[in-house]
Each structure stands twice: as structure tokens, then as C-alpha cells.
Design a protein around this ligand. Structure first.
Ligand SMILES: Nc1ncnc2c1ncn2[C@@H]1O[C@H](COP(=O)(O)OP(=O)(O)O)[C@@H](O)[C@H]1O
Ligand SMILES: [Mg+2]
Length: 174
């Protein structure tokens, strides 16, 4: 059994590198994956999501759906729902919009500001934290499910950059 990875840290120097990281992720996210993005305004969450959408075949703009809360991209190899909960007033609103129907099904879900969703959001398969550091972005990735660990392990091997990651051998478990 080859090594599996649950976390990874990487420094991405430019916006283009953040987009490329998103593209790399897109290639390894199975249907049903839930990905949460953390970081202050301007940290690069939407930039990373743009890379994911482009990696899935989207060609147009990708903006934070700040006022609509969710933007569907249905015309892709894998349908993507991009949430931005920054302006969510009450987490209970998520219940009214049928939030659970979006998760764990035949689509990918990316959520900016998941901390605003409180208990109404399910656990993520993977969480990514971004922070401004100099000109670039420091990025921490954590995987919390078999899907997340498989994805992280796969993208780790395609990244042509130096990074830190902790190794674990044997089967992934929750
Ligand atoms: N290395 C970098 N990675 C990502 N974004 C960068 C970088 N350097 C500068 N930027 C700029 O930072 C901003 C990031 O914005 P955005 O992705 O919308 O952040 P968030 O969604 O986290 O609020 C963009 O204006 C982008 O042009
Ligand atoms: Mg954003």
C-alpha cells in the first residue's frame, strides 16, 4: 500500500499558481466532494475556485456569489456549486434553501466562508486555508474523508513544487 496524505502546505507565489493549483485539484475531485475554503477577504478563495471551474471545463468568469449565496455551473464535466456565505444573515436560511440537497450527490460543492453556515453544513471532505504572505499565498490543505485523502494524495504527486506534507501509510479512514 503506498503512502496516503492527509495534509499539505504549499506556498503559491502568484495568482496564476493559485489558479493552477485549482486546476490540479479539479482533476482529482470525485463527484460528491465537499470542499471548504477559509481565509480573509482577498485571500484567494474565489481565485482558487476559478481554477477549479476552469479545470472542469468552464471558460467564463467566476465571481463570488456574494448576494445570491450560490452559483451553479451545470455545463461542466462535473457539475459544480460555488457557495459564498459571507453575507449569510442567519445560518438557518441554509435550511430554507434546501442546502442538504447540494451535498454528497452527483456534483462538487465548494464553499467560501463555511464558518458562517454553522451547524447547517455537513463535514467537508477537504478544507483549504489561504493566507496572504508577501506577494503570494500560503495554503494549507486538510483531508477528512477517504475521498479527501485520495484527492490530496493524487494532487501531491502532480504538483511540481516544494511543499510540506505529513505521510501516513495504510488505508484512509474517517
Ligand atoms: N498570489 C496570489 N494569489 C491569489 N490572489 C492574488 C495573488 N496575488 C494577488 N492576488 C489578488 O488577490 C485577490 C484575491 O481575491 P479573491 O480570490 O476574490 O479572494 P477571496 O475570495 O478570498 O476574497 C485578487 O484581486 C487577486 O488578483
Ligand atoms: Mg470570494
Amino acid at each position: 500500500m503506498s503512502a496516503l496524505f492527509r495534509d499539505l502546505q504549499i506556498y503559491l507565489e502568484t495568482e496564476a499558481e493559485v489558479v493552477d493549483f485549482g486546476r490540479a485539484l479539479a482533476g482529482h475531485l470525485p463527484l460528491g466532494t465537499t470542499l471548504y475554503l477559509y481565509g480573509e477577504l482577498g485571500a484567494g478563495k474565489t481565485t482558487l475556485t476559478r481554477g477549479i471551474a476552469w479545470g472542469l471545463g468552464h471558460t467564463g468568469a467566476v465571481k463570488s456569489p456574494t448576494y445570491t449565496l450560490v452559483e451553479p455551473y451545470g455545463d461542466l464535466q462535473k457539475p459544480l456549486y460555488h457557495f459564498d456565505l459571507y453575507r449569510l444573515g442567519d445560518p438557518e436560511e441554509l435550511e430554507y434553501m434546501g442546502i442538504r440537497d447540494y451535498f454528497g450527490g452527483q456534483s462538487l460543492v465548494v464553499v467560501e466562508w463555511p464558518e458562517r453556515g454553522g451547524e447547517f453544513l455537513p463535514r467537508a471532505d477537504m478544507e483549504i486555508r489561504l493566507a496572504v504572505k508577501g506577494q503570494g499565498r500560503h495554503v494549507w490543505v486538510n483531508a477528512y474523508s477517504d475521498i479527501g485523502v485520495e484527492c490530496l494524495t493524487a494532487i501531491r504527486s502532480v504538483l511540481g513544487k516544494s511543499f510540506e506534507s505529513s505521510v501516513e501509510s495504510g488505508d484512509a479512514h474517517n
